[in-house]
Design a protein around this ligand. Structure first.
Ligand SMILES: Cc1cc2nc3c(=O)[nH]c(=O)nc-3n(C[C@H](O)[C@H](O)[C@H](O)COP(=O)(O)O)c2cc1C
Length: 170
């Protein structure tokens, strides 16, 4: 799919078929995430690939959004704040690591759509419960949870602010 069409047709999907996600598709998604830009090329993020049912259920509880457990695969992006802080200090810890993780997750989201899969960006969760669900180190900050699978719904496009409202030309 061409990028403009991919971006126009992407939707947040919150219902998934139980159908398995092919390993090659998942690998492609991870490879695309790995090509995201990052501050100083440090790639100050970590990705959990979650397929077992127990941690998927725990993530759904951490977000209090039960549909998450339906997805056969969940990718969880953490900011590795210490990795960026070692080079960039507070700016690395407070901003760059979060941005690195966010951009990588965005690449993964778009790559999933390109593979004929669907996802939704989950940001509303209890971070300590996400960390506990995965046994992640306490100094990594969970940034985004992406449940990935084949869509079992086809929602309409959501509205957007007019672009001129957000673009400030000087
Ligand atoms: C930072 C962020 C946090 C979000 N958190 C949630 C969430 O916790 N649960 C959810 O169902 N959708 C969540 N969404 C998805 C948005 O609701 C969705 O992107 C928005 O309504 C626009 O719809 P669309 O993605 O279909 O274009 C989040 C999106 C972003 C970017």
């Amino acid at each position: 799919m061409e990028l403009p069409e991919l971006i126009r047709t992407r939707r947040s999907i919150r219902a998934f078929e139980s159908r398995h996600v092919e390993a090659a598709k998942l690998q492609c998604i991870l490879d695309m995430a790995n090509l995201a830009p990052s501050a100083g090329n440090l790639q100050a993020y970590e990705i959990y690939q979650v397929e077992a049912s127990h941690p998927r259920a725990a993530l759904a509880r951490a977000a209090d959004q039960s549909f998450i457990a339906q997805a056969p695969v969940i990718l969880v992006f953490f900011a590795n704040t210490g990795r960026s802080a070692r080079k960039y200090g507070a700016r690395g810890r407070e901003l760059y690591a979060i941005q690195d993780a966010t951009i990588a997750a965005t690449y993964a989201m778009l790559a999933a759509v390109d593979q004929g899969l669907s996802t939704v960006w989950i940001g509303a969760f209890d971070p300590s419960k996400v960390t506990a669900a995965l046994g992640a180190p306490p100094d990594w900050t969970p940034v985004a949870v992406l449940p990935i699978g084949y869509a079992a719904e086809s929602p309409a496009a959501t509205p957007r602010r007019p672009i001129n409202e957000m673009v400030h030309k000087t």
